[in-house]
Design a protein around this ligand. Structure first.
Ligand code: KE4
Length: 422
């Protein structure tokens, strides 16, 4: 047995499925998970000493690359003074300022410890602020695992083909209204029928949990107009896209002004940080300045704030456009290589994010993403992993490049793809 296999066997006796987050179990690709011992830059090293070129990048946080020296130094230095005080500290003010300075739609921000907490809190705020209960989300959209969002969710819910929302009361999800991504007419109909009970629309401005799907021209603008017309809030879930699609997020890239924005992943630099923020007039309803309650023991802890701050400081000077050009060319070449093997492939790309879907159908929503051939994906995943290329173990996730991926990494990945046999 390999060390990973030994650890996985033990883990399964102690942790449900042997993992602390379902998608890591690799069940949909019929593999055992690899246990990672350490990471640096674009590489992971397994407990068995195998080096992998990483395109999961901890599901998005590692845009600088793993174990960036500035981030590691900030964590080490801050830890000398303690890790969590349960009281205000300078670093949370500094990270709040960095987020407000970077994200156009955020005047005021509250730190939490995960993307789930961010979206859950943003929805509660929208409901408290509007006095309404309804929320519109999109099929295949994933906003973390808070009850209200586990209706037709993407990411691990879609990957595990979990039916419905086991464990979530119908009374909760009855307020969750669904439309297909990019289907503005369906949203118009929902507003026409329920408009004055809809507190918010929550949307990934670039979808990342049905695979990567771009908003069609006019879709985000249409959501902005509809929410304004009906007095509902527009919530951008930028947990993936924040600081990745652009330093100011997808809202900066697409020029949309949401009422609330949810962040996570990159703003923690690999430590647990989420955040929700938006217009001052709305955010001021959050306790203790307002009456909408939300709290957290480790929210704003200095260690996580230091990691996030060091990450944003380093990213502020990075050339996002150059990384986008490299990622576009790389993902296009991957698509061409797979096409040359006679398999159907459709590619979606923006910035440092892409997904290759094994289908000829253009992928613009969850149903079209579901036309992808999962057998081809599993074969591709397994053969690439055997050659040291670490992809997300699900067709409903994204591939992420980073500022640490070298030309050699990309070339080695293309060479591995050339060796894949279907
Ligand atoms: P967390 O609670 O996992 O920090 O964030 C939830 C979340 C919210 N919104 C979006 C758009 C997200 O993508 C996520 C989490 N993303 C998944 C993968 N796509 C995390 C990986 C996992 O669940 O293990």
């Amino acid at each position: 047995m390999t060390r990973s296999q030994e650890l996985f066997e033990k883990a399964q006796t102690l942790i449900p499925g042997g993992v602390n987050s379902p998608v890591r179990a690799c069940r949909s690709v019929s593999c055992d998970p690899l246990f990672i011992a350490r990471a640096s830059g674009s590489k992971l090293v397994t407990e068995d000493g195998q080096e992998l070129i990483d395109y999961v990048m901890s599901w998005g946080p590692m845009l600088l690359g793993h174990n960036h020296p500035d981030v590691a130094a900030a964590i080490a230095a801050t830890a000398q003074g303690g890790t969590s005080f349960g009281a205000p500290c300078r670093l949370e003010v500094e990270l709040a300022q960095a987020v407000v300075d970077a994200v156009p739609g955020i005047d005021m921000v509250r730190m939490v410890s995960s993307g789930t907490e961010a979206t859950m809190s943003a929805l509660r705020l929208a409901r408290g602020y509007t006095g309404r209960n309804g929320v519109i989300k999109f099929h295949g959209g994933y906003h973390g695992h808070a009850d209200a969002f586990l209706a037709s969710a993407g990411s691990g819910v879609a990957t595990q083909s979990i039916p419905g929302t086991p464990g979530v009361p119908q009374d909760v999800v009855k307020h969750t209204l669904l439309a297909h991504y990019n289907d503005l007419d369906a949203v118009k109909t929902l507003f026409a029928n329920h408009g004055h009970d809809i507190a918010a629309v929550i949307v990934e401005p670039v979808a990342g949990n049905m695979g990567m799907v771009l908003p069609k021209p006019g879709f985000l603008e249409g959501l902005r107009e509809l929410t304004r017309a009906y007095g509902a809030l527009l919530i951008f879930d930028e947990v993936i896209t924040g600081f990745r699609v652009a330093f100011g997020g997808a809202q900066q890239a697409f020029g949309i002004d949401p009422d609330l924005t949810c962040l996570g992943k990159i703003i923690g630099g690999g430590l647990p940080v989420g955040a929700y923020g938006g217009k001052r007039e709305i955010m001021s309803h959050i306790a203790p300045s307002g009456t909408v309650y939300q709290a957290g023991t480790l929210s704003g802890n200095p260690l996580a704030m230091a990691a996030g701050l060091a990450t944003l400081k380093a990213l502020a000077s990075r050339d996002y456009a150059a990384l986008a050009v490299r990622t576009e060319a790389f993902s296009r070449e991957l698509e061409n290589i797979l096409h040359s093997k006679g398999v159907p492939v459709t590619r979606n790309h923006i910035a440092s994010i892409f997904t290759l879907f094994f289908t000829e159908t253009p992928v613009t929503d969850f149903p079209s993403a579901q036309t992808a051939d999962s057998g081809l994906f599993v074969s591709y995943y397994q053969q690439m992993r055997a050659q040291g290329i670490y992809l997300a173990p699900s067709g409903y996730e994204c591939a992420f490049t980073s500022f640490a991926h070298s030309d050699e990494d990309l070339e080695r990945t293309l060479d591995a793809a050339k060796r894949v046999r279907f």
